[in-house]
Design a protein around this ligand. Sequence first.
Ligand SMILES: Cc1cc2nc3c(=O)[nH]c(=O)nc-3n(C[C@H](O)[C@H](O)[C@H](O)COP(=O)(O)OP(=O)(O)OC[C@H]3O[C@@H](n4cnc5c(N)ncnc54)[C@H](O)[C@@H]3O)c2cc1C
Length: 414
Amino acid sequence: MSDKNLKIGIIGAGIQGVCNALFLQKKGYQVILFDRDEPGNAASYGNAGHFSPYASVPLNRPDILSDVPAMLMSSRGPLALKWNYVPKMIPWFSRFVVNCTKNKMMHTAKYMHQILDQSLIAYDELFDEIDLEGLVENNGILYIWNEKNLKSRELEIKIREELGVKQQIVNKKEIHDLEPNLKPIYSGGVFYDYARHARNPKKILVKLFENFIKKGGKFLKLNIQDLNFDESKPVLRSETQRFVFDKLVIACGAFSKKLTDKLHESIPLDTERGYHIHFKDFDHLISRPVVNSNRGFGMSPMDQGLRVVGTVEFGGLENALSKNRIKNLILNAKEMLDGLPEHKDEWLGFRPTLPDFLPVIGPSKNYENVYYSFGHHHLGWTLGAISGKIVSGMIANENTNMDLKPYSSVRFAQ
Ligand SMILES: Cc1cc2nc3c(=O)[nH]c(=O)nc-3n(C[C@H](O)[C@H](O)[C@H](O)COP(=O)(O)OP(=O)(O)OC[C@H]3O[C@@H](n4cnc5c(N)ncnc54)[C@H](O)[C@@H]3O)c2cc1C
């Protein structure tokens, strides 16, 4: 069989699955995309919409460990726990702590930078084929902070400098000039003028998906419940149907572990839960996404209004939305902007996160015809296109000119 005749299945139609589908299609493969829901209704729907190629500094870092107790004590802080889930997360936390050394932090930063640096160029290959009028803005992204935890901000700036990430340090006046409606609660910040943002991540994803269908791709709305092999060919099962493929990509975001556990691999994927709300018709208050580094949340001007988004909550996939986290977002937004009305649309989403804060991109450890594209934590929206490009290159046996070993699931094999 010539390579071009390969039949490829992809499970998950979030940004990872859809971008993988488009890049595989570009190589001439026949692709079928599966999702139990309509495309783009999970994490890829509710994110902050940042395309943030600069965001190489990971959350596994030495300074974070000493900050965690204070963060957990504060109801206004960026971090929260669902206590009933803590026992289940102990193995993840233990691995996370091991990854908080300076060396491991720099390893993650280096390999996040490698793919983040290519992320916008990879998107352009997909965006060139669709009409995104009014959906992607190029006004940059602004981070602000106050005097608290300045050492952490200095560390981030230093690492980005070392990696060669372009950043513009801004003072109070410059922040005010950029965003005059922000209350002056900040002492400094950093501005990435080349970063972009999505006015409506779901609409962009649907446009990409429609292009995939237009070019002959197939979508089946099915919950994939089981995965095994016929000889070496992956076999998928929904409740009533069976499908055999030459190659398979698992791109189920935070839900990927259910399937990878069936492949005799123990990948320590868990989730960092995140939230958003909207202040309808108040997107005009800012001209670009603004992130408050102290409080760990952001505000993005979007079609739905001002989206206030962020915080990290450890609590698994089953626990209900926490009203306290919603309250946290409302209070944080009101601390930064005057005149906000009643909020709308309380949303909880699941970031797929590995304890070393690197994604899993590449072939399964045990099954050469299965590939992974998940675990992109806070950056899965930014990294959709580049991950799809990398996986499609691997399947086509092309040389990507990148060191891809650090993203392999083999790193979790003991
Ligand atoms: C609050 C918040 C803010 C964020 N902000 C940003 C940001 O500004 N910039 C950024 O780059 N990233 C951001 N992220 C991260 C980003 O949104 C995610 O990393 C990314 O969307 C993950 O994409 P995905 O395709 O891997 O997963 P998802 O979008 O979660 O998609 C997975 C899909 O798999 C499907 N699925 C799962 N299991 C099965 C099954 N068994 N059978 C069939 N279908 C299945 C699901 O239905 C779902 O559609 C944010 C995340 C959150 C929560």
